[in-house]
Design a binder for this molecule. Sequence first.
Ligand SMILES: N[C@@H](CCC(=O)N[C@@H](CS)C(=O)NCC(=O)O)C(=O)O
Length: 221
Amino acid sequence: MKLYDTQRSGNAWKVRLFASLRGIPLERATLSIDRGDLRTAEFRALAPMRHVPILETDDGRHVSESMAILYLLAQGSDWWPAELHEQVRTLTWLSFEQDRHMKPLAKLRLHRGLRSHPTPADDEVQRWTREATEALDCMESQLAASPAPRPWIAQTAHPTIADIALYPYTRMAPMGGIDLEGYPAIGDWLVRIEALPGYQWLFPATPNSNYFSNEIVQDTP
Ligand SMILES: N[C@@H](CCC(=O)N[C@@H](CS)C(=O)NCC(=O)O)C(=O)O
């Protein structure tokens, strides 16, 4: 299978991280937003929503949206639970990630961490910070109310794709000026995810240096 991504996309990191945890080999086609790769007719033909990540399956289909790609790659594993209400809670947190969590955290990372232009107005930054903080508060409450033996975000015994979907932008929140010190349950959850066999950093060649850096890290295979 082949993953169309960009070097710093947190949404694509979800997919590479999950494939690595599952032991699924992925070829990478790394595109550049700045170079205009996502605006070409060739890319748009396989990506109707014009975003990465896009997964190309071995039989030549193209799957858009990180949530759908994670669902596909989870088939046949405990990462997509068998019990109905565990599935329902997994969907609840996947929806929360797309609706309330990813966007404000990604905007803050982009404009405060990666210093993308144009510079946003102060009131926009304040709004994203308020929304991101509220999303993290929701996660903190849920994780604090999810003790072992069901410590994951959907209150399951095995982590689910909702944990993977929520991980990258939570992990990179400090790049956008959000201090995770005040979130002890989230801190423990991050440690648990990073201890999973097959865990993969955003830039595997330069572990640890990359979450808080606005440098372009030359890590693309
Ligand atoms: N809901 C989508 C969001 C994907 C998304 O926002 N991708 C960004 C990179 S992280 C992108 O392709 N942006 C294109 C652009 O800014 O032109 C998902 O979860 O996959």
